[in-house]
Design a protein around this ligand. Structure first.
Ligand code: DUR
Length: 169
């Protein structure tokens, strides 16, 4: 597997060679060194969260394939159900700053602990994940299939369209 792009802190995400999940040998609770920059960036984003209703601020950070650092925080609303997860802000930021694919990702809670993205946000990440995608989870680093097994994606729509003789953009 190719090396991950470097973070602004010039650290490199750990590569993995075995099955998921998790695919690295990092013990749960330890920070794999290549993700230190992302963890820090996620913590900074978390401190900008607007979470007065849940009291559960979340920060997310990603490194794009071309080396950009993208972050997001959750933004809640008095109409609870329309609150935005940190990952929603992150993918908006990704697109706004030039698009591309996510090579590495992590997110943290208010205590700075690594958390898993909720189900909806795993789908958001799947849309923009690079083939080499790695996510730092509470149990270590895993890949796309470890995060969202048998993910539904554009390939399913393309398959459906082919059966109907249509083309998907
Ligand atoms: O992956 C997740 C899971 C939860 N939250 C937010 C939504 C809500 O504001 C708060 C409590 O669920 O945490 C995120 O931002 N990302």
């Amino acid at each position: 597997m190719p090396d991950q792009p470097q973070t602004p802190q010039r650290q490199t995400a750990q590569s993995h060679t075995t099955q998921h999940p998790p695919v690295d040998q990092t013990a749960a609770g330890q920070e794999p060194s290549g993700f230190h920059g992302l963890i820090e960036a996620a913590g900074d984003a978390m401190r900008q969260a607007y979470a007065p209703y849940s009291g559960f601020p979340v920060g997310a950070a990603a490194l794009t394939e071309d080396g950009r650092l993208i972050t997001g925080c959750n933004v809640e609303n008095a109409s609870y159900g329309v609150g935005l997860c940190a990952e929603c802000a992150l993918v908006g930021q990704l697109q706004l700053t030039g698009g591309g694919k996510i090579a590495a990702f992590t997110c943290v809670n208010g205590a700075g602990e690594i958390i898993m993205p909720c189900g909806r946000c795993r789908q958001l990440l799947n849309e923009f994940a690079a083939e080499s995608f790695q996510i730092l989870t509470p149990e270590g680093i895993t890949d796309l299939d470890g995060m969202l097994p048998q993910a539904f994606g554009g390939q399913d729509l393309a398959h459906h369209d082919r059966q109907r003789g249509r083309t998907t953009p």
